[in-house]
Design a protein around this ligand. Structure first.
Ligand code: CA
Length: 244
């Protein structure tokens, strides 16, 4: 009888220990770390596209690499890759790189083993950037067909300045895993017509200063932007061919 009581007591103790252990484990469990999409790429068929706009920190690495300035016919005029507006250093380097002209954006992408997203000047629906933003033409905005001012950093959102890429988790899509395809910064693409400094290149996606019409995936700023312009509204992301 004594042995039976001892066994029961030990068993109860073990059961209590088990639940105590479970309680401790649940208290120690941490939420999974959010995956930072900066630096990631999203595959779409035979190409990949950056998950986010290129950040100032990423671009600063490129500047530090001191890649020789271009000598090709398209960009030999570009005598500096420094941003044309002042960036606040330190904490703000997670903001997207703006004030970058087309040639500097192109050269950054090449340095990173990528290229600007390509397409057909005469057939905007075939642009890689548009395919990514609209999820193969199925969405007007990256998140759906209805404009949602609170989802992405456009004029109606109200910040009137760039946010860190992927800061707004609702501003995801068209293809999942992409951020800020609408708003934040307008983005250079590699779709151009003309030569050298006077070529026109397509900008897409609208910025923090644009309204619903411009923030749609199919709006491309009329394809009339000279490649040497740069201002605080303009940034970029890169694409590349799938290597497999
Ligand atoms: Ca954007």
């Amino acid at each position: 009888m004594k042995e039976k009581n001892e066994c029961r007591r030990r068993c109860i103790f073990d059961v209590r220990s088990f639940f105590l252990l479970l309680l401790l484990l649940s208290l120690c469990a941490c939420p999974p770390a959010p995956k930072d999409p900066v630096g990631r790429m999203v595959r779409i068929g035979d190409f990949e596209i950056d998950a986010t706009e290129v950040t100032r920190a990423q671009y600063a690495e490129f500047l530090q690499a001191e890649v020789p300035l271009p000598e090709d016919a398209e960009c030999a005029w570009n005598s500096s890759r420094e941003p044309s507006c002042e960036w606040t250093t330190g904490l703000f380097y997670d903001l997207p790189a703006n004030c970058i002209n087309w040639c500097s954006a192109r050269d950054y992408c090449a340095w990173a083993g990528k290229r600007l997203c390509s397409g057909d000047m005469n057939n905007p629906q075939n642009d890689e950037w548009y395919i990514a933003c609209s999820d193969h033409g199925t969405k007007k905005y990256p998140y759906g067909n209805e404009y949602r001012a609170e989802y992405c950093n456009g004029y109606d959102f109200g910040t009137l300045g760039p946010e860190a890429p992927a800061h707004l988790s609702d501003c995801e899509g068209g293809v999942s895993g992409l951020y800020d395809m609408s708003g934040n910064l307008i983005e250079w693409t590699g779709v151009c017509r003309g030569d050298g400094k006077q070529a026109f290149c397509v900008l897409r996606g609208g910025s923090f200063s644009n309204d619903a019409e411009v923030l749609a995936c199919d709006y491309d700023f009329g394809r009339d932007n000279l490649r040497d312009i740069s201002n605080e509204l303009i940034g970029f992301r890169c694409c590349r061919d799938v290597s497999e």
